[in-house]
Structures are given as structure tokens and as C-alpha cells.
Design a protein around this ligand. Sequence first.
Ligand code: ZN
Length: 136
Amino acid sequence: MNTTGKHYKATSIGDIQAKGRVTLHNELALTGSELSINELPPGVSVPFLHSHKRNEEVYLVVKGKGRFQVDGDEFEVAEGSVVRVDPAGARCITADSQSPIRYICIQTEAKSLVQFTESDGVILEAKPTWMKQAGA
Ligand code: ZN
């Protein structure tokens, strides 16, 4: 499934179970964020600490468990854990020795969000095609 319109781009990354890491910046032509889906096998760590120049990151663990480290603080993460890290934070994530860990990482420029949800969203009068009543 690859579909592009005036105001959107949709794609499928296929079988995410079979992929260790997928980045979607290019796939979706993202302009304000980077999104990656990542999986580390049991006992495997990202092999380096890293920080960012401008972007904060949010890590959302969607499966498995492991450990996270920021600026030397180390803590457990598991399905449902969400971690936000400032650009300067020295971070790393590892899978538990007995469990893989799958997580989504979203990068956005720190302090760039000026409005969101209700303050940025606009509810339109038009209805989705699947909500139009038959015979209307
Ligand atoms: Zn990063």
C-alpha cells in the first residue's frame, strides 16, 4: 500500500516483526519529526550513547523489556514505558537478556511545539466518507 495525495502520503512498512529498524522520515516525507520503529534482540544494546543537537526524543516501548540510561541514570523499561529525553541527554537503550524490546522513537525539535490537539486541531463540517448516511 503506497498512496499519495495533495495533503498526505501513506505507505506500509510491511512485516515489522521481520525488521530490526525502520525510519520513516523519507518514506513519509516528514517535515517536522522523525519516526523510527526499532527492535533489539535479547541481550543486545544500541552500541553507543548519543545526544542530539536540537531534537528531543520520545521513546515508547510497545513490546518486551529492557533498560534505559540517560546521563548515567539507569532504569527499567517495558511495554507501556514512555521516556522523553532532552537533546543534551546522553542516552542508550538495551534489551533485557531474556527479552527483545520493540520501541518507537519520535524526534522533534525541542521547544518547537506552539500548539497541539484542541489548540491546533480544527474540526471540519465535512464527514468522513464512511460516516455519510445512505440516501442522504
Ligand atoms: Zn537519537
